[in-house]
Design a protein around this ligand. Sequence first.
Ligand SMILES: [Zn+2]
Length: 176
Amino acid sequence: MKWYNWLFLVFMLLVHIPGILLGYLWVLVLLPWACEKPKFEFPAILTAEWRDWVKDKWKYSTTLSRGIVFQPHIRKFKSHRVKRHERVHVRQTEDLTFLSLLVGLVVGIYTGDWWLAGALWFSGPAWQLPFFVTALRFLKPKPANVSWFKHIAVNTMYYESEHERSARGQVNEGRK
Ligand SMILES: [Zn+2]
């Protein structure tokens, strides 16, 4: 990495303080009972892997901001597709938190309410949630063999959200 990459990384980590706290807290809460083997991975991402009793019930690797809990077998590979996929989600929450910081700054400057400004900044990682609603633009007729819950919540709201489509598309294109 060049010096300007390092400089920008430090900038993004400062911007992403809400995402760092949220992601680390999530992994730390899960550690005593649901996940294990925590490790810091570059750049400042806290990862872990599901414990045996979870990994068969929940067959996914899951990212919340800067915390990622992997399926154990995926963690062993250096540049697995799922690893690259989950890192797209980290970058997405970085970008959203930069937006929320800018909105917070505007609100703080115009209202003088810096508590509200800070709350807006810290809400940044959650700004991904509306994408689950707008994903309903891709709703199709329900196939007979799929439940309504799976059709709407999983196959449409989850899989067709723009952040999910982007992560899959970037990995399919072979981007790092
Ligand atoms: Zn995903």
